[in-house]
Design a protein around this ligand. Sequence first.
Ligand code: AMP
Ligand code: TRP
Length: 327
Amino acid sequence: MKRVISGIKPSGELNIGGYGGALQPFITIQHEYECFFFVPDLHAITVTQDPKELYQRSKDIAAFYIAAGIDPKKSAIFIQSHVPAHAELGWMMETQSHFGELSRMTQFKEKSDGKDSVSAALFTYPALMAADILLYQATHVPVGDDQKQHLEMTRDLALRFNNRFGSTFVVPEPIIQSLGSRIMGLDDPSKKMSKSNPNRNSCVLMLDSPDEIRKKFSKAVTDSEGSVHLDWEAKPAVSNLIEIYAVFSGDSIAAIERQYEGQGYGSFKRDLAEVVVEKLIPIQERYKEIIDSEELITILKDGALKASEAAKATLHQAKRAMGFVTF
Ligand code: AMP
Ligand code: TRP
């Protein structure tokens, strides 16, 4: 049986980078695998969170999963902290993680860079992420490019545990889309599109109005060549826009290049904004319908039940393997 687990942290407002790298691939994948999509709130608190914002954003991510098209009848949608097995197995995986390998994680280095003090949990985060995945015996994990290293560590931990304590965990494979797995900032194509960038024009948010979206794309940096073709080395800014166009329209890169041949950037950027607006409007409408609804609460309760059932067996097996007293 092929099984998928993945999640998007509720650590900021969702942007089209998270949509391209994760949410849209979830929608496609749900038909081919048994899927678990969760809101990793335990991961969000590895950096300081305002409690009101964490509350709202956790509900937001769950609502976006549904609004973007994940069918809760087919896939479990749940909040990580509703399934305590994550924290339990997370601790067990932490005991199997080495200080050296955790020190090599790029995301930790980036997030701790220049800070006087960071939480111990930010450092041990990959052990919890490994637990999230291994608990469900997931065969595949769809993520954006920046999570590749964490996935590699998950595989190492699974193999290490299996070797030491006997075969317990499935060793998962990442699924990284060829398109959209690394959407860059609109103001600077050398940096990942991120909600933490203080320049508001660098990032299109899932709840931006059509006019905001148009404004952001009209201000997006390009180059002086005036030719719409993909070349990440020589034309990173335009290549990023072409990739966003492809992700949101479903058109191939070649078709986009053909369509805008000899036209400069003006009409390309205007059309790109419309392609994104067209995709986001129905998602925004559905989001507004469910964000404060009973329906959302029911979906999250059902999802947590289904996830707890699936997690229980693996946790029990891992505890026995390690020598815990279990009945
Ligand atoms: P996060 O919001 O950091 O939890 O990211 C959620 C998912 O979206 C992860 O799979 C990330 O790899 C992916 N992701 C986040 N930002 C981007 C981006 N700019 N481009 C592509 N994927 C992204
Ligand atoms: N670490 C991921 C991110 O920052 C979020 C995440 C936590 C995750 N646990 C996961 C993704 C398990 C996939 C599977 O984007």
